[in-house]
Design a protein around this ligand. Structure first.
Ligand code: GDP
Ligand code: MG
Length: 442
């Protein structure tokens, strides 16, 4: 299998410490094949491999994992990032109603089905009053198809008038939506078997009169290598805002996702996962990355190893604190850790004893930018002051405030926070010290 093959190449990577270029290049040959087998378009594969190679060479290998495992993790993270990261933006509906969502794509890609799925979602999850209109005058019964789906999800569809052209239907839909105080109007357009200019002209004309807030390109995830052509034509001619990948329930390996995102530069917002009208999910890059690479186990091994290192670091700090040692260097390290772990919001979850410190910070009006400022303040202290904050008299505080471009009161706030944390650390000691802390991080 693919995993085995990747595994055997990676097993050969014996170098410890940092990943060297020859090893990485060899591993990338297998990654390249994996991507092509997942139907990622060739130019996208090339770009991906180049960027990952550059990232990976010279990276140090985590303790307790093999260089091969480390490479898989790097590839996985790069895939997730290339797919837009796990923070997928939702629909943008910030406009005066009726907000128009226009669906575009090739024939059979799943536009009509997805239109109904989205209408259902908007109605049920967002409490929106939705209306759908089919602009597909090419296929007989296309408009009836949407009407039937509308009845199924209990969302209004624009009454059908025979003989109207797409732009006329869109105009009528907008009028009806205004009259009926509709929040969101979904325009389901016609597709073609292949991209052609007449279709593009039609899409442009409809977009011009309906000024859609979202233009979603619906793509069959089984499209494979042709995905790039489709994405390129639509991107060049229609103001896309996002992509929906359908048939993700099938055996697509996810390659189209990577190609789509790379070529359109637009977020993949949803994944269709079945024919049923509730089979629509927010797109999940990490799941797709796992599918492309087929090495989810390795990824989690490396993630655990990375977590273990943070745990070791936390334990080292806890050991210092257990001895009553918590100076400005420790605080600085904590601040950096907090930034890494998602800022102040994550703080309370880190250690129970931190809740107090967090409250103190909130009371003094601190937010995440303050983390950086506090880091700068500590940076302006002398090494001696960092170890012995009690040395900080008024004169020294003024010097530090000047050096870090803040007010003396900010220096005082930091000192207060240091005291709060020192107190919190002592609580941890009471809770059972290292063992207690280990449990919290476990
Ligand atoms: P359109 O021509 O782009 O409007 O495509 P349709 O919405 O008519 O869909 C074509 C076919 O694909 C229909 O049989 C749908 O049921 C099916 N379909 C659409 N989305 C999905 C999906 O996410 N998964 C599966 N398995 N089938 C889908
Ligand atoms: Mg259709």
């Amino acid at each position: 299998s693919l995993s085995d093959r990747l595994g055997s190449v990676f097993d050969k990577l014996r170098g410890r410490g940092a990943l060297n270029e020859a090893d990485v290049r060899e591993a990338m040959r297998e990654v390249r094949i994996a991507l092509l087998e997942a139907d990622v378009a060739l130019p996208v594969v090339r770009r991906f491999i180049d960027s990952v190679t550059e990232q990976a060479v010279g990276q140090s290998v985590l303790k307790s994992v093999t260089p091969g495992q480390q490479v898989v993790k790097i590839v996985n993270d790069a895939l997730v990032e290339m797919l837009g990261g796990d923070d997928v933006p939702g629909l943008d509906l910030a406009a005066a109603p009726p907000v128009v969502i226009m669906m575009v794509g090739l024939q059979g890609s799943g536009k009509t089905t997805t239109t109904a799925k989205l209408a259902k979602l908007l109605k049920e999850k967002h409490g929106k009053k939705a209306m759908m209109a089919s602009l597909d005058v090419n296929r007989p019964a296309a408009q009836e198809q949407l009407k039937v789906l509308g009845e199924q999800v209990d969302v209004a569809t624009l009454p059908i008038i025979a003989g109207q052209q797409p732009v006329d239907i869109a105009t009528r839909a907008l009028q009806a939506a205004k009259l009926q105080a509709i929040d969101v109007l979904l325009l389901d357009t016609a597709g073609r078997l292949h991209v052609d200019q007449q279709l593009m002209d039609e899409m442009q004309a409809v977009a011009a009169i309906s000024t859609p807030k979202e233009v979603l390109l619906v793509v069959d995830s089984l499209t494979g290598q042709d995905a790039v052509n489709v994405a390129q034509s639509f991107t060049a001619q229609v103001p896309l805002t996002g992509v929906v990948l359908t048939r993700m329930d099938g055996d697509a390996r996810g390659g189209a996702a990577l190609s789509m995102r790379a070529v359109t530069g637009k977020p993949i917002k949803f994944a269709g996962t079945g024919e049923k009208l509730d089979a629509l999910e927010v797109f999940q890059p990490s799941r797709v990355a796992g599918r492309i690479l087929g090495m989810g186990d390795v990824v989690s091994i490396v993630e655990r190893a990375a977590a273990a290192i943070e745990e070791e670091e936390a334990e080292r700090m806890a050991a210092r604190m257990a001895k009553g040692q918590f100076d400005m260097n420790d605080l600085r390290q904590q601040l950096r850790q907090m930034q890494k772990m998602g800022g102040l919001g994550a703080l309370a979850g880190m250690m129970p004893g931190m809740k107090k410190a967090k409250q103190a910070m909130e009371q003094s009006g601190m937010d995440d930018r303050v983390l950086l400022r506090m880091d700068a303040i500590i940076g302006s202290m002398t090494p001696k002051e960092r170890i012995r904050p009690d040395l900080l008299n008024a004169k020294r505080k003024i010097r530090i405030a000047k050096g870090s471009g803040v007010q003396v009161q900010d220096v005082n706030k930091l000192l207060k926070m240091h005291q709060e944390m020192e107190r919190a650390m002592k609580q941890i000691k009471k809770m059972g010290g290292l063992a207690g802390l280990g449990k919290l991080f476990g």
